[in-house]
Design a binder for this molecule. Structure first.
Ligand code: G3H
Length: 342
């Protein structure tokens, strides 16, 4: 049990000192945007991935981290600030989206946030389908970014011109971020130039809205394809690369995350641009969130532990983190239903 206020000490990275709310605001996009690079087929052809080594390394991550007490609470609070709180269901209603937005602005019971010294903590953004963008924009009123899934999400198989129009419509409706889906067939047939062209046109359609490129890694077959698709998406100007729609049979995994983080590192080395990372789909437990953040810190460093460079795409992660924070503050666990969710 602990009631130590976590929000008093300035902290500019994700170190072992308690985090505070003194970092950049969650809506900040202070870094220069990824301007992309010309398509380079030789670079894509040269990609190699040591799959057994990647799997071995990914398997060590959960075992190597054991965070307790205020350190655990600090990492969990940081995780909340980087959640794209998501609802992507066929039965979404304005009422559900308004509740989700209320939860995004007040993600944890106020007494728990007061106890940990972070009364103003929010999630990173709210993520919805295009039809729900106006509802979210109105409910959030500029206090948090609205992300729209787009381009025929989740399959990305609607006519290409309609996919571009969908982006434009979501931006016009007020979306600050656009989560596009790539055409998996371009990866599976090795048509990297087509993938580059498609993604670059989507990026242009986004205008000032930041673009997250969903690779749907569970459908790409190999880690080598994941690495190649990551590099091409970044060369085409993606602001973030994202694992999954949440609708594939396999969504975010640690080996895929390791591969994509290393692609981000390689791309920064060749371009100078920092690109964000978003694991999405199936990340629902607080301990899993810490594992992802530990991998992120190891592979990309402290600067990525901010909402402008990292997001969890998650619909139910917040509820489990809230339970863990309540335990930290009160020494007791509560049933999940005691915490309001969207
Ligand atoms: O991008 C976000 C995902 O669709 C959310 O997936 P989830 O419901 O498994 O958390």
């Amino acid at each position: 049990m602990g009631t130590v206020a976590l929000g008093r000490t300035p902290c500019h990275g994700f170190c072992r000192c308690p985090p505070s709310s003194n970092g950049p605001p969650v809506t900040s996009h202070a870094l220069p945007r990824n301007a992309g690079l010309p398509f380079d087929p030789a670079l894509v052809a040269a990609v190699r991935v040591n799959t057994p080594a990647t799997l071995r390394r990914a398997a060590t991550i959960p075992a190597r981290r054991s965070l307790k007490k205020e350190w655990q609470a600090a990492w969990l609070a940081r995780a909340i600030s980087m959640i794209d709180l998501t609802t992507l269901s066929g039965d979404d209603t304005p009422g559900r989206v308004r509740r989700l937005c209320a939860k995004a602005l007040s993600p944890v019971r106020p007494d728990i946030l007061e106890a940990i010294g972070l009364p103003d903590l929010t999630v990173g953004a709210v993520c919805v389908y295009h039809e729900m963008v106006p509802v979210a924009v109105e409910a959030l009123d500029g206090r948090l970014p609205v992300a729209a899934v787009s381009t025929g999400f989740p399959a990305g198989l609607s006519p290409f011109d309609l996919r571009l129009r969908e982006i434009e419509r979501s931006v016009a409706a007020g979306a600050n971020e656009i989560d596009i889906v790539i055409s998996r067939r371009h990866v599976l047939t090795g048509d990297w130039a087509a993938l580059y062209d498609e993604t670059a046109q989507m990026r242009a359609a986004c205008g000032d809205a930041h673009m997250k490129a969903i690779l749907a890694t569970g459908e790409l077959g190999t880690l080598k394809n994941v690495m190649k698709a990551s590099l091409v998406a970044m060369m085409a100007g993606s602001d973030f690369i994202k694992t999954s729609t949440g609708k594939e049979a396999v969504n975010a995994t640690l080996p895929v995350s390791l591969t994509m983080m290393r692609a981000i590192r390689a791309y920064e080395a060749m371009s100078g641009f920092k690109v964000g990372y978003k694991p999405a789909g199936g990340v629902s437990k607080a301990k899993d969130a810490i594992t992802y953040l530990a991998l992120l810190k190891d592979e990309l460093g402290d600067r990525w532990l901010r909402p402008d460079l990292f997001r969890f795409g998650a619909s139910s992660l917040l509820g489990d983190i809230e339970r863990q924070l309540e335990h930290h503050v009160t020494g007791r666990y509560s049933a999940a239903y005691r915490h309001a969710v969207g």
